[in-house]
Design a protein around this ligand. Structure first.
Ligand SMILES: Cc1ncc(COP(=O)(O)O)c(C=O)c1O
Length: 389
């Protein structure tokens, strides 16, 4: 169904060993109730991909399509915007403005004078920044988003549309992260990051609690016996960890979660290999821009080091293969470059007897995939999926 390509597969030796609770369930229930109350909230579709299941020689493949999420084009709408809200509520209480601001009040401009004095910021390669900007606009604070110079104009415009001030930084994503952190410190702004590190976990924990809503919806929509396998793409790992936690909350330890990364930015696989969180060197030059991360999120790693069943690293070419495959099937499915690593991992592994055996994929397997973005960069999407190519 897609051409054979070279990939890496690593079984996680520590899978299933007990560890810390990274995302308490109370926090998830609060996130779910909050996000479900927002204007425009609707569960995204769960689609059966029978042709893919047939090609992979498994019983079923279900695709959770995050393209329509809040009109923002990706699951990230659930994380950054929710963290902005939580930060504003906390900060308004700290400043003595109100002890229990609600999202409805903030959206209606109830504490505008105070919220306008608060600025949130982050570095982004697109989707997270869009979510933070959207949340800031919705809940009435100011927003400055840092992007590195190779972030496309289309992605910059999509963020600016939500009223954020865009600052372009020479260099890579990591340079933008540093610029955001320095400026935030100088200006007393609030960094809303989707990755966590020693001493910075509160905001990214909220981001991940928001992501769990996506996996929870999928479990609500799923019919019949539980999934046996979940393939999920990894950047810093926040999403994969949130999915692993929610899948366990809904189904217990049964389903095997396989984390799929670009081969040029496989920091989670490298960490599993090393037995501790490690960074990968290089310029992380992958087409899968949302997954171009060289360093795992601390919280995510605490979950994935024992929650993930296996890690895979797939080449950029297989992402393009999968985008085209989905675009050309009938009915078509629109999936951006960073949405398909999980599908690529499934199809590559399913075609190889040894990988099938390692992952336990067989004709009875029921697979859940997350199409984490639609065409968030429409020009790039067009150029990669054009029919005459
Ligand atoms: C579309 C898409 N999928 C997956 C991811 C991976 O999320 P995480 O960085 O939390 O692993 C991202 C991150 O930006 C993304 O944009």
């Amino acid at each position: 169904m897609i051409p054979e390509r070279t990939y890496r597969l690593l079984l996680n030796r520590r899978h299933g060993t007990p560890g810390v609770v990274v995302l308490p369930d109370g926090g998830f229930r609060r996130a779910r109730a909050e996000i479900a109350s927002w204007d425009g909230y609707a569960a995204t579709p769960l689609l059966a991909l029978e042709d893919v299941a047939k090609a992979a020689r498994v019983a079923s493949v279900q695709w959770k399509d995050e393209g329509p999420r809040f009109g923002l084009g990706s699951f990230k709408a659930l994380g950054g915007a929710y963290a902005v809200l939580r930060l504003l509520v906390t900060e308004l209480a700290r400043r003595g403005v109100t002890n229990a601001a609600t999202s409805a009040e903030l959206a209606a401009g109830a504490h505008r004078e105070a919220t306008q004095g608060i600025t949130v910021t982050c570095a982004t390669d697109g989707n997270h920044g869009r979510s933070v900007a959207w949340g800031a606009q919705r809940f009435g604070c100011r927003c400055v988003i840092f992007v590195h110079e190779t972030v496309s104009q289309g992605r910059r415009d999509a963020i600016a549309r939500y009223g954020a001030d865009i600052r372009v930084v020479p260099g890579t994503y990591d340079d933008a992260v540093r610029a955001a952190a320095h400026t935030a410190e100088r200006e007393a702004w609030f960094v809303v990051s989707d990755t966590s590190y020693e001493g910075y976990t509160e905001v990214p924990r909220d981001v991940m609690q928001g992501y769990r809503v996506m996996a929870d919806e999928a479990a609500d929509q799923w019919t019949g016996d539980a999934p046996t396998h979940v393939f999920i793409q990894g950047g810093v790992g926040g999403l994969a960890a949130a999915v692993t936690i929610q899948v366990r909350a809904r189904y217990g330890a049964g389903p095997r979660v396989i984390v799929a990364e670009p081969e040029k930015a496989a920091c989670l696989l490298a960490s599993a290999e090393a037995g501790e969180a490690v960074s990968v060197p290089g310029d992380l030059d992958t087409l899968m821009a949302g997954l171009a991360c060289g360093e795992p999120s601390l919280l995510a790693w605490q979950e994935l080091e024992r929650g993930a069943f296996a890690f895979m690293a797939v080449p950029d070419e297989s992402a393009v293969d999968c985008m085209r495959l989905l675009a050309r099937r009938s009915p078509g499915v629109v999936a951006g470059e960073s949405a398909v690593a999980g599908l690529a991992a499934l199809l590559l592994a399913a075609a190889d007897p040894m990988s099938r055996a390692i992952l336990g994929l067989d004709a009875q397997s029921r697979v859940l995939l997350f199409g984490t973005e639609g065409a968030t960069d429409p020009e790039l999407y067009e150029s990669l999926t054009r029919l005459d190519d």
